[in-house]
Design a protein around this ligand. Structure first.
Ligand code: ATR
Length: 281
């Protein structure tokens, strides 16, 4: 790395679990970029002051992860449509004259991951578990893929209702909501089950849903990548269903960030996946 290296990073609290430094590090090596990508542990109350400092230090931009995505959205001067719909940003670019440009590449990353896995849900129904920020990105992704209907099921049904009410006017897809007990009625003709809840993440209890009720040609996608094979995916695999893990979304959401930071369009490859899998074990 030289004194002219392009510097970017990821801000989280905590940030130690983030795979983004490994991911961007792989691409920096592969493309021989004179640059660095660093993890930045920043408490929520310090986000604004840290962003100011990074901008004044010549950072190209940063990715934002939990819990900063909504707070980041409130700080930016311009955003893309995905960020406006989601009310959250995962990518900040330091523009000219102090402008802070926010983007949300999560939905596009998930859509690309599902496309990559040949999951065709055009004109079909999908069940989406969860109603938080990740669920909003999930709804946008399934809408972009042409789903006919998204059935949002959440433990707290009023949260699902609020999420659906705020997103519905911006979508082509029909949204319906229910609680987790509505599972049997929601799944019987679904082509895709998408889990956006944090249940199943390392240390969290898994959801206990009867996967036998899913059609035999349904696919199951979990956006969690730690562990890579969640209990949900393991049970879907045992049931003979196609499964899509969270690494695809992670890799594809990072493509526009790397291009914005370093000026090179990177590729999502099997080598990159293997590199990330090795970092997870
Ligand atoms: P994110 O922004 O990553 O989506 P979040 O806003 O905290 O994070 O949302 C977490 C989601 O996981 C919510 O839908 C939450 O359900 P509630 O809205 O009912 O809290 C869901 N979730 C977390 N743990 C869960 C569990 N053990 N069982 C069911 N749902 C769970």
């Amino acid at each position: 790395m030289s004194g002219k290296a392009k510097v970017a990073g990821v801000i989280g609290w905590p940030v130690g679990h983030s795979l983004s430094p490994v991911l961007h590090g792989f691409w920096l090596d592969a493309h021989k970029v004179d640059g660095a990508y660093v993890p930045l542990a920043v408490a929520p109350e310090n986000l604004s002051i840290v962003l100011d400092g990074l901008r004044h230090s010549g950072f190209k931009g940063v990715n934002l992860t939990v819990p900063h995505k909504e707070a980041g959205f409130a700080l930016v001067h311009e955003t893309d449509e995905a960020a406006q719909i989601a009310g959250a940003v995962n990518l900040l670019i330091f523009g000219e004259r102090g402008r802070l440009i926010g983007r949300n590449t999560d939905a596009m990353g998930l859509a690309a991951s599902l496309r990559d896995a040949n999951t065709n849900i055009t004109g079909a129904a999908a069940v989406l578990l969860g109603a938080g920020g990740a669920a909003r990105a999930g709804v946008l992704a399934l809408d972009a893929l042409g789903a006919k209907e998204i059935r949002i099921l959440n433990r707290n049904i009023s949260r699902a209702e609020a999420t659906a009410a705020s997103l519905a006017p911006k979508l082509k897809t029909r949204l319906t909501v229910g609680s987790l007990t509505d599972w049997p009625n929601a799944v019987h003709d679904s082509k895709l089950l998408l889990n956006t809840t944090s249940a199943g993440m390392k240390g969290n209890e898994a959801l206990n849903l009867d996967l036998a009720l899913l059609p035999n040609d349904a696919a199951v996608c979990d956006i969690v990548y730690n562990p890579l094979e969640t209990d949900l995916l393991a049970r879907a695999k045992a049931r003979g269903l196609k499964t899509i893990d969270g690494l695809g979304m992670l890799m594809y959401q990072a493509v526009p960030a790397f291009e914005a930071f370093y000026g090179v369009m990177p590729q999502v490859t099997p080598e990159l996946r293997r590199h990330l899998e090795a970092a997870l074990t």
